[in-house]
Design a protein around this ligand. Structure first.
Ligand code: ATP
Ligand code: MG
Length: 573
Protein backbone atom coordinates (compact mmCIF):
# COMPACT_ATOMS: atom_id res chain seq x y z
CA UNK A 1 0.00 0.00 0.00
CA UNK A 2 1.40 3.43 -0.81
CA UNK A 3 1.66 6.16 1.76
CA UNK A 4 -1.26 8.35 0.74
CA UNK A 5 -3.68 5.47 0.55
CA UNK A 6 -2.53 4.42 3.98
CA UNK A 7 -3.29 7.79 5.52
CA UNK A 8 -6.85 8.11 4.22
CA UNK A 9 -9.50 6.97 6.64
CA UNK A 10 -10.84 3.60 5.61
CA UNK A 11 -14.06 3.95 3.66
CA UNK A 12 -17.02 1.78 4.57
CA UNK A 13 -18.33 -0.53 1.88
CA UNK A 14 -21.03 1.91 0.80
CA UNK A 15 -18.69 4.84 0.35
CA UNK A 16 -16.21 2.58 -1.38
CA UNK A 17 -18.85 1.51 -3.85
CA UNK A 18 -20.06 5.05 -4.47
CA UNK A 19 -16.46 6.17 -5.01
CA UNK A 20 -16.10 3.49 -7.68
CA UNK A 21 -19.37 4.55 -9.31
CA UNK A 22 -18.35 8.19 -9.36
CA UNK A 23 -14.88 7.41 -10.69
CA UNK A 24 -16.39 5.07 -13.29
CA UNK A 25 -18.68 7.86 -14.50
CA UNK A 26 -21.88 6.02 -13.56
CA UNK A 27 -24.91 8.37 -13.48
CA UNK A 28 -22.58 10.99 -14.96
CA UNK A 29 -20.82 11.04 -11.60
CA UNK A 30 -23.91 12.26 -9.74
CA UNK A 31 -24.82 11.07 -6.24
CA UNK A 32 -28.43 11.48 -5.16
CA UNK A 33 -29.72 9.77 -2.04
CA UNK A 34 -32.86 10.07 0.04
CA UNK A 35 -34.06 9.43 3.56
CA UNK A 36 -37.45 7.70 3.21
CA UNK A 37 -39.36 7.50 6.50
CA UNK A 38 -42.88 6.26 6.77
CA UNK A 39 -44.82 8.90 8.75
CA UNK A 40 -46.31 6.36 11.15
CA UNK A 41 -44.31 7.14 14.29
CA UNK A 42 -41.46 9.19 15.67
CA UNK A 43 -37.85 8.82 14.60
CA UNK A 44 -35.43 6.93 16.82
CA UNK A 45 -31.67 6.58 17.11
CA UNK A 46 -31.73 3.87 14.42
CA UNK A 47 -33.20 6.34 11.96
CA UNK A 48 -30.46 8.78 12.93
CA UNK A 49 -27.95 6.30 11.52
CA UNK A 50 -29.80 6.24 8.21
CA UNK A 51 -30.14 10.04 8.18
CA UNK A 52 -26.43 10.57 8.89
CA UNK A 53 -25.55 8.05 6.21
CA UNK A 54 -27.84 9.37 3.48
CA UNK A 55 -27.26 13.07 4.06
CA UNK A 56 -23.60 12.47 4.93
CA UNK A 57 -22.84 10.56 1.74
CA UNK A 58 -24.57 13.24 -0.35
CA UNK A 59 -22.50 15.98 1.31
CA UNK A 60 -19.23 14.11 0.95
CA UNK A 61 -19.74 13.39 -2.75
CA UNK A 62 -21.09 16.82 -3.64
CA UNK A 63 -24.53 15.34 -4.22
CA UNK A 64 -28.01 15.85 -2.82
CA UNK A 65 -30.23 14.05 -0.38
CA UNK A 66 -34.03 14.24 -0.53
CA UNK A 67 -36.45 13.80 2.31
CA UNK A 68 -39.23 11.58 1.07
CA UNK A 69 -42.18 10.41 3.06
CA UNK A 70 -43.10 6.89 2.04
CA UNK A 71 -46.72 7.53 2.84
CA UNK A 72 -48.46 4.67 1.11
CA UNK A 73 -50.49 3.40 4.05
CA UNK A 74 -53.34 5.78 4.95
CA UNK A 75 -54.37 3.70 7.96
CA UNK A 76 -51.30 4.22 10.15
CA UNK A 77 -50.01 7.54 8.89
CA UNK A 78 -50.64 10.99 10.26
CA UNK A 79 -49.56 14.54 9.56
CA UNK A 80 -48.31 14.98 13.13
CA UNK A 81 -45.70 12.29 12.55
CA UNK A 82 -44.60 13.88 9.29
CA UNK A 83 -44.19 17.22 11.08
CA UNK A 84 -42.13 15.75 13.88
CA UNK A 85 -39.92 13.87 11.42
CA UNK A 86 -39.13 17.11 9.57
CA UNK A 87 -38.29 18.79 12.86
CA UNK A 88 -36.08 15.93 13.97
CA UNK A 89 -34.08 15.78 10.73
CA UNK A 90 -33.45 19.53 10.95
CA UNK A 91 -32.52 19.26 14.59
CA UNK A 92 -29.97 16.60 13.72
CA UNK A 93 -28.36 19.21 11.48
CA UNK A 94 -29.44 18.13 8.00
CA UNK A 95 -31.34 19.97 5.33
CA UNK A 96 -33.26 18.72 2.31
CA UNK A 97 -33.61 22.34 1.04
CA UNK A 98 -36.55 22.39 -1.37
CA UNK A 99 -36.53 18.64 -1.88
CA UNK A 100 -39.31 17.46 0.37
CA UNK A 101 -41.21 14.75 -1.47
CA UNK A 102 -43.98 12.28 -0.78
CA UNK A 103 -44.71 8.92 -2.33
CA UNK A 104 -48.29 10.22 -2.37
CA UNK A 105 -47.15 12.94 -4.83
CA UNK A 106 -46.50 10.08 -7.21
CA UNK A 107 -49.82 8.24 -6.84
CA UNK A 108 -50.82 9.35 -10.35
CA UNK A 109 -47.53 8.24 -11.91
CA UNK A 110 -47.51 5.01 -9.92
CA UNK A 111 -50.99 4.26 -11.17
CA UNK A 112 -49.81 4.78 -14.75
CA UNK A 113 -46.87 2.45 -14.09
CA UNK A 114 -49.34 -0.17 -12.88
CA UNK A 115 -51.36 0.17 -16.09
CA UNK A 116 -48.11 -0.06 -18.04
CA UNK A 117 -47.33 -3.38 -16.33
CA UNK A 118 -50.81 -4.67 -17.04
CA UNK A 119 -50.48 -3.64 -20.67
CA UNK A 120 -47.24 -5.59 -20.93
CA UNK A 121 -48.88 -8.67 -19.46
CA UNK A 122 -46.78 -8.33 -16.34
CA UNK A 123 -49.53 -7.73 -13.81
CA UNK A 124 -53.02 -9.06 -13.26
CA UNK A 125 -56.04 -8.47 -11.10
CA UNK A 126 -56.46 -11.33 -8.66
CA UNK A 127 -59.74 -12.00 -6.91
CA UNK A 128 -58.56 -14.50 -4.32
CA UNK A 129 -59.07 -13.46 -0.70
CA UNK A 130 -56.06 -12.44 1.37
CA UNK A 131 -56.22 -15.76 3.13
CA UNK A 132 -56.23 -17.66 -0.17
CA UNK A 133 -53.34 -15.65 -1.53
CA UNK A 134 -51.30 -16.58 1.53
CA UNK A 135 -52.27 -20.19 1.10
CA UNK A 136 -51.35 -20.26 -2.61
CA UNK A 137 -48.02 -18.59 -1.93
CA UNK A 138 -46.41 -21.78 -0.60
CA UNK A 139 -43.57 -21.81 1.89
CA UNK A 140 -39.80 -21.61 1.92
CA UNK A 141 -39.66 -25.34 1.22
CA UNK A 142 -42.69 -25.60 -1.07
CA UNK A 143 -43.34 -23.73 -4.31
CA UNK A 144 -46.52 -21.67 -4.61
CA UNK A 145 -49.43 -22.31 -6.98
CA UNK A 146 -50.69 -20.06 -9.71
CA UNK A 147 -53.79 -18.04 -8.95
CA UNK A 148 -56.81 -19.12 -11.01
CA UNK A 149 -57.06 -15.46 -12.12
CA UNK A 150 -53.48 -15.32 -13.38
CA UNK A 151 -54.39 -15.70 -17.03
CA UNK A 152 -56.98 -12.95 -17.27
CA UNK A 153 -56.58 -11.01 -20.50
CA UNK A 154 -54.92 -7.61 -20.60
CA UNK A 155 -58.27 -6.08 -21.47
CA UNK A 156 -60.07 -7.71 -18.55
CA UNK A 157 -57.27 -6.72 -16.17
CA UNK A 158 -57.29 -3.11 -17.31
CA UNK A 159 -61.04 -2.95 -17.01
CA UNK A 160 -61.06 -4.43 -13.49
CA UNK A 161 -58.16 -2.26 -12.33
CA UNK A 162 -59.88 0.90 -13.58
CA UNK A 163 -63.05 -0.11 -11.79
CA UNK A 164 -61.04 -0.78 -8.63
CA UNK A 165 -59.79 2.79 -8.91
CA UNK A 166 -63.30 4.08 -9.57
CA UNK A 167 -64.46 2.65 -6.25
CA UNK A 168 -66.75 -0.04 -7.59
CA UNK A 169 -65.50 -2.77 -5.26
CA UNK A 170 -65.34 -3.55 -1.59
CA UNK A 171 -62.02 -3.75 0.18
CA UNK A 172 -60.43 -7.14 -0.40
CA UNK A 173 -62.51 -7.97 -3.47
CA UNK A 174 -59.54 -7.66 -5.81
CA UNK A 175 -55.86 -6.82 -5.74
CA UNK A 176 -53.35 -6.12 -8.46
CA UNK A 177 -50.46 -8.58 -8.52
CA UNK A 178 -47.20 -8.75 -10.43
CA UNK A 179 -46.94 -11.74 -12.74
CA UNK A 180 -43.52 -13.14 -11.96
CA UNK A 181 -42.96 -16.70 -10.77
CA UNK A 182 -44.93 -18.67 -8.19
CA UNK A 183 -42.07 -21.17 -7.94
CA UNK A 184 -39.36 -18.62 -7.19
CA UNK A 185 -37.22 -19.54 -4.19
CA UNK A 186 -37.62 -15.88 -3.18
CA UNK A 187 -41.11 -15.50 -1.72
CA UNK A 188 -41.15 -11.81 -2.63
CA UNK A 189 -41.12 -12.84 -6.28
CA UNK A 190 -44.19 -15.06 -6.04
CA UNK A 191 -46.61 -12.69 -7.73
CA UNK A 192 -46.53 -10.05 -4.98
CA UNK A 193 -49.50 -7.76 -4.42
CA UNK A 194 -48.89 -4.30 -5.95
CA UNK A 195 -52.17 -2.48 -5.24
CA UNK A 196 -55.00 -2.95 -2.82
CA UNK A 197 -58.41 -1.39 -2.30
CA UNK A 198 -58.67 0.78 0.81
CA UNK A 199 -61.66 3.01 1.29
CA UNK A 200 -59.64 5.25 3.56
CA UNK A 201 -58.88 8.92 3.57
CA UNK A 202 -55.18 9.72 3.24
CA UNK A 203 -53.61 12.52 5.28
CA UNK A 204 -52.46 14.24 2.09
CA UNK A 205 -54.62 13.06 -0.79
CA UNK A 206 -57.80 12.84 1.29
CA UNK A 207 -60.49 10.98 -0.65
CA UNK A 208 -58.81 11.15 -4.08
CA UNK A 209 -57.87 7.47 -4.03
CA UNK A 210 -59.46 4.25 -2.90
CA UNK A 211 -56.65 2.04 -4.17
CA UNK A 212 -53.19 2.40 -2.70
CA UNK A 213 -49.84 1.02 -3.89
CA UNK A 214 -48.03 -1.42 -1.64
CA UNK A 215 -44.76 -0.17 -0.19
CA UNK A 216 -42.88 -2.59 -2.46
CA UNK A 217 -44.45 -1.08 -5.54
CA UNK A 218 -44.07 2.54 -4.46
CA UNK A 219 -40.56 2.49 -3.10
CA UNK A 220 -38.41 1.61 -6.09
CA UNK A 221 -40.44 3.70 -8.52
CA UNK A 222 -40.41 6.71 -6.20
CA UNK A 223 -36.62 6.41 -6.13
CA UNK A 224 -36.58 6.21 -9.93
CA UNK A 225 -38.86 9.24 -10.33
CA UNK A 226 -36.54 11.29 -8.11
CA UNK A 227 -33.45 10.13 -9.98
CA UNK A 228 -31.97 8.53 -6.88
CA UNK A 229 -28.60 7.04 -7.79
CA UNK A 230 -27.94 5.10 -4.60
CA UNK A 231 -30.90 3.81 -2.66
CA UNK A 232 -29.49 2.96 0.76
CA UNK A 233 -31.69 0.83 2.96
CA UNK A 234 -31.52 -1.68 5.77
CA UNK A 235 -30.79 -5.36 5.38
CA UNK A 236 -34.37 -6.60 5.64
CA UNK A 237 -34.90 -5.24 2.13
CA UNK A 238 -32.13 -7.32 0.61
CA UNK A 239 -34.64 -10.00 -0.43
CA UNK A 240 -36.87 -7.33 -1.94
CA UNK A 241 -34.15 -5.99 -4.23
CA UNK A 242 -34.82 -8.60 -6.98
CA UNK A 243 -38.46 -7.50 -6.97
CA UNK A 244 -37.59 -3.78 -7.18
CA UNK A 245 -35.15 -4.51 -9.97
CA UNK A 246 -37.69 -6.65 -11.79
CA UNK A 247 -40.37 -3.95 -11.67
CA UNK A 248 -37.96 -1.24 -12.82
CA UNK A 249 -36.77 -3.44 -15.66
CA UNK A 250 -40.33 -3.81 -16.99
CA UNK A 251 -41.13 -0.12 -16.88
CA UNK A 252 -40.09 2.89 -18.86
CA UNK A 253 -38.52 4.73 -15.90
CA UNK A 254 -36.14 7.71 -15.96
CA UNK A 255 -33.43 5.87 -14.05
CA UNK A 256 -32.68 2.62 -12.28
CA UNK A 257 -31.39 3.32 -8.78
CA UNK A 258 -28.83 0.98 -7.24
CA UNK A 259 -30.08 -0.36 -3.91
CA UNK A 260 -27.41 -1.06 -1.30
CA UNK A 261 -28.32 -2.61 2.04
CA UNK A 262 -26.65 -1.96 5.38
CA UNK A 263 -27.14 -3.24 8.93
CA UNK A 264 -29.75 -1.69 11.20
CA UNK A 265 -28.52 0.01 14.30
CA UNK A 266 -29.27 -1.89 17.49
CA UNK A 267 -28.25 -0.39 20.79
CA UNK A 268 -27.76 -2.08 24.14
CA UNK A 269 -30.28 -1.53 26.94
CA UNK A 270 -32.90 -0.14 24.60
CA UNK A 271 -35.00 -1.06 21.57
CA UNK A 272 -35.11 0.43 18.10
CA UNK A 273 -38.42 -0.73 16.77
CA UNK A 274 -41.22 1.75 16.23
CA UNK A 275 -43.81 -0.89 16.98
CA UNK A 276 -42.30 -1.78 20.35
CA UNK A 277 -41.68 1.83 21.28
CA UNK A 278 -45.34 2.46 20.56
CA UNK A 279 -46.28 -0.27 23.02
CA UNK A 280 -44.16 1.36 25.72
CA UNK A 281 -46.08 4.59 25.20
CA UNK A 282 -49.51 3.01 24.93
CA UNK A 283 -49.04 0.84 28.00
CA UNK A 284 -47.76 3.76 30.03
CA UNK A 285 -44.29 2.43 30.78
CA UNK A 286 -43.01 5.86 29.77
CA UNK A 287 -44.66 9.28 29.77
CA UNK A 288 -44.74 9.58 25.97
CA UNK A 289 -42.66 9.44 22.80
CA UNK A 290 -40.55 12.25 24.19
CA UNK A 291 -39.94 10.63 27.57
CA UNK A 292 -36.22 11.27 28.22
CA UNK A 293 -35.67 7.53 28.60
CA UNK A 294 -36.88 6.81 25.07
CA UNK A 295 -34.34 6.23 22.25
CA UNK A 296 -36.46 8.49 20.05
CA UNK A 297 -34.88 11.67 18.73
CA UNK A 298 -37.48 13.61 20.76
CA UNK A 299 -36.65 11.64 23.88
CA UNK A 300 -32.91 12.03 23.40
CA UNK A 301 -33.33 15.76 22.81
CA UNK A 302 -35.41 16.20 25.94
CA UNK A 303 -32.82 14.17 27.82
CA UNK A 304 -30.22 16.77 26.82
CA UNK A 305 -28.50 14.79 24.11
CA UNK A 306 -26.97 17.00 21.41
CA UNK A 307 -27.19 16.57 17.63
CA UNK A 308 -23.42 16.64 17.39
CA UNK A 309 -23.09 13.79 19.86
CA UNK A 310 -25.52 11.70 17.82
CA UNK A 311 -23.70 12.48 14.58
CA UNK A 312 -20.33 11.61 16.12
CA UNK A 313 -21.78 8.41 17.51
CA UNK A 314 -23.10 7.42 14.08
CA UNK A 315 -19.72 8.13 12.56
CA UNK A 316 -18.00 6.01 15.21
CA UNK A 317 -20.21 2.96 14.77
CA UNK A 318 -19.75 3.14 11.01
CA UNK A 319 -21.73 1.23 8.43
CA UNK A 320 -21.50 -2.51 8.13
CA UNK A 321 -23.16 -5.31 6.27
CA UNK A 322 -23.85 -7.49 9.30
CA UNK A 323 -26.30 -6.77 12.11
CA UNK A 324 -24.72 -6.05 15.45
CA UNK A 325 -25.51 -4.61 18.82
CA UNK A 326 -23.70 -1.37 19.63
CA UNK A 327 -22.87 -0.15 23.10
CA UNK A 328 -25.04 2.50 24.70
CA UNK A 329 -21.82 3.47 26.49
CA UNK A 330 -20.44 4.66 23.17
CA UNK A 331 -23.35 7.03 22.66
CA UNK A 332 -22.83 8.29 26.22
CA UNK A 333 -19.14 8.73 25.51
CA UNK A 334 -19.90 10.82 22.42
CA UNK A 335 -22.29 12.87 24.47
CA UNK A 336 -19.81 13.55 27.28
CA UNK A 337 -17.16 14.45 24.77
CA UNK A 338 -19.41 17.11 23.23
CA UNK A 339 -20.87 18.45 26.47
CA UNK A 340 -17.48 18.59 28.13
CA UNK A 341 -16.48 21.19 25.55
CA UNK A 342 -19.67 23.19 25.58
CA UNK A 343 -21.74 22.84 28.72
CA UNK A 344 -21.10 25.57 31.32
CA UNK A 345 -20.52 24.31 34.83
CA UNK A 346 -22.47 25.18 37.91
CA UNK A 347 -22.76 23.91 41.43
CA UNK A 348 -25.87 22.06 42.49
CA UNK A 349 -26.57 20.02 45.60
CA UNK A 350 -28.97 17.18 44.96
CA UNK A 351 -29.25 15.80 48.50
CA UNK A 352 -28.54 18.79 50.74
CA UNK A 353 -26.85 18.62 54.12
CA UNK A 354 -26.71 21.88 56.06
CA UNK A 355 -23.28 23.27 57.01
CA UNK A 356 -22.94 26.21 59.40
CA UNK A 357 -19.59 28.03 59.42
CA UNK A 358 -19.46 29.05 63.07
CA UNK A 359 -16.65 31.58 62.60
CA UNK A 360 -18.17 33.28 59.54
CA UNK A 361 -19.78 36.61 60.46
CA UNK A 362 -23.58 36.47 60.88
CA UNK A 363 -25.60 38.19 58.17
CA UNK A 364 -22.69 38.70 55.83
CA UNK A 365 -21.98 37.25 52.43
CA UNK A 366 -19.44 37.63 49.63
CA UNK A 367 -19.02 36.65 46.00
CA UNK A 368 -16.38 34.27 44.76
CA UNK A 369 -15.18 33.87 41.22
CA UNK A 370 -15.86 30.55 39.52
CA UNK A 371 -14.72 29.27 36.12
CA UNK A 372 -17.55 28.53 33.69
CA UNK A 373 -15.78 25.89 31.69
CA UNK A 374 -12.12 24.96 32.15
CA UNK A 375 -12.25 23.35 28.68
CA UNK A 376 -13.28 26.63 27.07
CA UNK A 377 -11.52 29.81 28.18
CA UNK A 378 -13.92 31.98 26.21
CA UNK A 379 -16.75 30.85 28.49
CA UNK A 380 -15.31 33.18 31.15
CA UNK A 381 -16.13 33.27 34.83
CA UNK A 382 -19.06 34.09 37.07
CA UNK A 383 -19.57 35.15 40.68
CA UNK A 384 -21.02 32.69 43.18
CA UNK A 385 -22.40 33.91 46.53
CA UNK A 386 -20.97 32.48 49.74
CA UNK A 387 -22.25 32.91 53.29
CA UNK A 388 -22.38 31.42 56.77
CA UNK A 389 -24.93 28.71 56.05
CA UNK A 390 -24.26 26.38 53.15
CA UNK A 391 -25.45 23.09 51.73
CA UNK A 392 -23.14 20.32 50.71
CA UNK A 393 -23.98 16.92 49.29
CA UNK A 394 -25.12 14.48 51.97
CA UNK A 395 -22.97 11.80 50.35
CA UNK A 396 -19.87 13.95 50.81
CA UNK A 397 -19.95 13.47 54.58
CA UNK A 398 -19.45 10.33 56.66
CA UNK A 399 -19.39 10.31 60.40
CA UNK A 400 -17.37 7.13 60.53
CA UNK A 401 -15.52 7.01 57.20
CA UNK A 402 -13.89 3.87 55.84
CA UNK A 403 -10.25 4.06 54.76
CA UNK A 404 -10.79 5.20 51.19
CA UNK A 405 -13.31 7.94 51.96
CA UNK A 406 -11.42 11.24 51.68
CA UNK A 407 -14.28 13.67 51.83
CA UNK A 408 -15.67 15.41 54.88
CA UNK A 409 -15.67 13.67 58.29
CA UNK A 410 -15.46 14.86 61.89
CA UNK A 411 -12.21 16.74 62.51
CA UNK A 412 -11.24 16.63 58.84
CA UNK A 413 -10.41 19.57 56.57
CA UNK A 414 -11.59 19.77 52.90
CA UNK A 415 -11.78 22.44 50.23
CA UNK A 416 -15.02 24.02 49.08
CA UNK A 417 -14.61 24.62 45.37
CA UNK A 418 -13.67 28.24 44.47
CA UNK A 419 -14.11 29.11 48.18
CA UNK A 420 -12.32 28.13 51.39
CA UNK A 421 -10.97 25.25 53.38
CA UNK A 422 -13.40 24.13 56.06
CA UNK A 423 -13.00 21.75 59.00
CA UNK A 424 -15.84 19.76 60.51
CA UNK A 425 -16.04 20.49 64.25
CA UNK A 426 -19.39 19.11 65.33
CA UNK A 427 -22.13 16.81 64.06
CA UNK A 428 -25.75 17.66 64.91
CA UNK A 429 -28.36 14.87 64.81
CA UNK A 430 -32.10 14.75 65.17
CA UNK A 431 -33.97 12.46 67.58
CA UNK A 432 -33.75 9.53 65.18
CA UNK A 433 -30.00 9.86 65.03
CA UNK A 434 -29.89 11.23 61.52
CA UNK A 435 -27.24 13.86 60.81
CA UNK A 436 -29.04 17.13 60.11
CA UNK A 437 -26.29 19.70 60.35
CA UNK A 438 -22.52 20.04 60.44
CA UNK A 439 -20.91 22.82 62.40
CA UNK A 440 -17.64 23.72 60.74
CA UNK A 441 -14.97 26.40 60.87
CA UNK A 442 -13.54 28.01 57.76
CA UNK A 443 -10.04 29.37 57.26
CA UNK A 444 -10.30 32.97 55.96
CA UNK A 445 -6.71 32.73 54.62
CA UNK A 446 -7.71 30.07 52.07
CA UNK A 447 -10.00 32.26 49.97
CA UNK A 448 -10.06 30.96 46.39
CA UNK A 449 -9.19 27.46 47.50
CA UNK A 450 -5.52 27.33 48.45
CA UNK A 451 -3.65 27.70 51.72
CA UNK A 452 -0.75 30.20 51.98
CA UNK A 453 1.18 27.73 54.15
CA UNK A 454 0.93 25.13 51.36
CA UNK A 455 -1.05 22.60 53.38
CA UNK A 456 -3.11 20.21 51.31
CA UNK A 457 -6.52 18.66 51.57
CA UNK A 458 -7.62 15.45 49.94
CA UNK A 459 -11.03 16.49 48.67
CA UNK A 460 -12.80 19.37 46.97
CA UNK A 461 -16.56 19.55 47.46
CA UNK A 462 -19.27 21.45 45.66
CA UNK A 463 -21.67 23.54 47.70
CA UNK A 464 -24.30 26.27 47.53
CA UNK A 465 -25.12 29.15 49.85
CA UNK A 466 -28.38 28.33 51.64
CA UNK A 467 -29.85 31.81 51.54
CA UNK A 468 -29.01 32.35 47.87
CA UNK A 469 -29.66 28.92 46.38
CA UNK A 470 -32.74 28.19 44.30
CA UNK A 471 -34.83 25.06 44.79
CA UNK A 472 -35.34 22.55 42.02
CA UNK A 473 -36.42 19.03 41.42
CA UNK A 474 -34.09 16.76 39.54
CA UNK A 475 -34.92 13.62 37.60
CA UNK A 476 -32.26 10.98 37.58
CA UNK A 477 -32.67 8.70 34.61
CA UNK A 478 -31.17 5.27 34.30
CA UNK A 479 -31.33 2.69 31.54
CA UNK A 480 -34.84 1.82 30.43
CA UNK A 481 -34.02 -1.89 30.33
CA UNK A 482 -31.94 -4.03 32.63
CA UNK A 483 -30.80 -6.48 29.99
CA UNK A 484 -28.28 -5.51 27.30
CA UNK A 485 -30.47 -6.93 24.55
CA UNK A 486 -34.12 -6.60 25.59
CA UNK A 487 -35.31 -7.35 22.06
CA UNK A 488 -33.89 -10.88 22.35
CA UNK A 489 -36.33 -11.84 25.11
CA UNK A 490 -39.69 -13.38 24.27
CA UNK A 491 -41.38 -10.33 25.71
CA UNK A 492 -39.12 -7.30 25.61
CA UNK A 493 -41.06 -5.73 28.49
CA UNK A 494 -39.77 -8.39 30.88
CA UNK A 495 -36.54 -6.55 31.44
CA UNK A 496 -37.92 -3.03 31.88
CA UNK A 497 -35.90 -1.36 34.64
CA UNK A 498 -38.29 -0.47 37.49
CA UNK A 499 -35.79 2.14 38.72
CA UNK A 500 -35.20 3.93 35.46
CA UNK A 501 -36.51 7.17 36.94
CA UNK A 502 -35.80 8.62 40.35
CA UNK A 503 -37.16 12.07 41.18
CA UNK A 504 -35.32 14.17 43.77
CA UNK A 505 -37.21 17.03 45.37
CA UNK A 506 -35.67 19.84 47.35
CA UNK A 507 -32.40 20.05 45.45
CA UNK A 508 -30.54 23.36 45.73
CA UNK A 509 -28.88 25.09 42.78
CA UNK A 510 -26.56 28.06 42.63
CA UNK A 511 -28.63 31.17 41.87
CA UNK A 512 -27.28 31.65 38.34
CA UNK A 513 -29.42 28.68 37.35
CA UNK A 514 -32.67 30.40 38.34
CA UNK A 515 -32.92 31.73 34.79
CA UNK A 516 -31.91 28.49 33.07
CA UNK A 517 -33.64 28.42 29.72
CA UNK A 518 -35.49 25.28 28.77
CA UNK A 519 -33.26 22.78 26.97
CA UNK A 520 -30.10 24.43 28.28
CA UNK A 521 -27.54 21.75 29.12
CA UNK A 522 -25.14 22.36 31.98
CA UNK A 523 -22.71 20.42 34.06
CA UNK A 524 -23.42 20.16 37.75
CA UNK A 525 -19.90 19.95 39.06
CA UNK A 526 -18.93 16.44 40.13
CA UNK A 527 -22.43 15.11 39.38
CA UNK A 528 -22.96 14.97 35.65
CA UNK A 529 -24.65 16.78 32.79
CA UNK A 530 -28.18 18.05 33.28
CA UNK A 531 -30.72 19.86 31.18
CA UNK A 532 -33.63 22.09 32.14
CA UNK A 533 -36.68 20.11 31.10
CA UNK A 534 -38.16 21.59 27.94
CA UNK A 535 -41.75 20.97 29.03
CA UNK A 536 -41.89 21.11 32.80
CA UNK A 537 -39.21 23.56 33.88
CA UNK A 538 -39.96 27.23 34.54
CA UNK A 539 -38.26 29.90 36.69
CA UNK A 540 -40.92 29.31 39.37
CA UNK A 541 -40.53 25.56 39.25
CA UNK A 542 -37.13 24.42 38.05
CA UNK A 543 -36.94 20.86 36.80
CA UNK A 544 -33.70 19.36 35.58
CA UNK A 545 -33.13 16.04 33.83
CA UNK A 546 -29.90 14.17 34.19
CA UNK A 547 -28.51 13.76 30.69
CA UNK A 548 -25.56 11.57 31.57
CA UNK A 549 -23.26 10.99 34.51
CA UNK A 550 -19.61 12.03 34.43
CA UNK A 551 -18.30 8.52 34.88
CA UNK A 552 -17.02 7.33 31.59
CA UNK A 553 -17.46 3.61 31.18
CA UNK A 554 -16.55 3.69 27.50
CA UNK A 555 -13.07 5.06 28.13
CA UNK A 556 -12.61 2.15 30.52
CA UNK A 557 -13.89 -0.36 28.00
CA UNK A 558 -11.50 1.04 25.40
CA UNK A 559 -8.56 0.98 27.78
CA UNK A 560 -9.38 -2.59 28.67
CA UNK A 561 -9.56 -3.57 24.99
CA UNK A 562 -6.25 -1.87 24.25
CA UNK A 563 -4.69 -3.63 27.21
CA UNK A 564 -6.02 -6.99 26.02
CA UNK A 565 -4.73 -6.36 22.51
CA UNK A 566 -1.26 -5.46 23.72
CA UNK A 567 -1.21 -8.50 26.01
CA UNK A 568 -2.07 -10.87 23.18
CA UNK A 569 0.53 -9.23 20.92
CA UNK A 570 3.13 -9.76 23.63
CA UNK A 571 2.14 -13.41 23.93
CA UNK A 572 2.50 -13.93 20.19
CA UNK A 573 6.01 -12.50 20.15
P1 ATP B 1 -39.21 0.41 12.48
O1 ATP B 1 -38.83 -1.01 12.15
O2 ATP B 1 -38.62 0.95 13.73
O3 ATP B 1 -40.68 0.66 12.37
P2 ATP B 1 -38.93 1.29 9.83
O4 ATP B 1 -37.83 0.76 8.98
O5 ATP B 1 -40.23 0.70 9.57
O6 ATP B 1 -38.52 1.25 11.34
P3 ATP B 1 -39.10 3.70 8.35
O7 ATP B 1 -39.84 4.94 8.65
O8 ATP B 1 -39.53 2.88 7.21
O9 ATP B 1 -39.10 2.84 9.67
O10 ATP B 1 -37.55 4.00 8.23
C1 ATP B 1 -37.01 5.01 7.43
C2 ATP B 1 -35.60 4.66 7.06
O11 ATP B 1 -34.82 4.46 8.22
C3 ATP B 1 -35.55 3.36 6.28
O12 ATP B 1 -34.69 3.53 5.19
C4 ATP B 1 -35.03 2.36 7.25
O13 ATP B 1 -34.30 1.37 6.61
C5 ATP B 1 -34.16 3.23 8.18
N1 ATP B 1 -34.09 2.63 9.51
C6 ATP B 1 -35.11 2.29 10.31
N2 ATP B 1 -34.67 1.72 11.45
C7 ATP B 1 -33.32 1.72 11.38
C8 ATP B 1 -32.27 1.27 12.23
N3 ATP B 1 -32.53 0.70 13.41
N4 ATP B 1 -31.00 1.44 11.82
C9 ATP B 1 -30.72 2.02 10.63
N5 ATP B 1 -31.66 2.45 9.78
C10 ATP B 1 -32.94 2.32 10.13
MG1 MG C 1 -39.91 0.62 7.06
Amino acid sequence: MNETADKKPKLDFIRERITQDVQGGKNAGRVITRFPPEPNGYLHIGHAKSICLNFGVAQEFGGRCNLRFDDTNPITEEAKYARSIREDVHWLGFDWEDRLYHASDYFGQLYRYAEELIGKGKAYVCSLTGEEIRHYRGTLSEPGRNSPYRDRSVQENLDLFRRMKAGEFEEGAHVLRAKIDMASPNLNMRDPVLYRILHESHHRTAGAWCIYPMYDFAHGQSDAIEGITHSLCTLEFEDHRPLYDWILDQLDVPCHPQQIEFARLNLTFTITSKRKLKLLVEEGHVSGWDDPRMPTIRGLRRRGCTPRAIRNFCERIGVAKRDSLHEMALLEYSLREDLNQRAPRYMAVLKPLKVVLTNYPQGESEELEAINNPEDESAGTRMVPFSRVLYIERDDFMEDPPKKFFRLAPGREVRLRYAYFITCREVVKDDSGEVVELRCSYDPDTRGGSAPDGRRVKATLHWVSAQHAVPASVRLYDRLFEKPNPAAAEDFRESLNPNSLQVLQGCRLEPALAQASPSQTVQFERLGYFVADSLDSSPENLVFNRTVTLRDTWAKVEKHLRHQASQSKRKKR
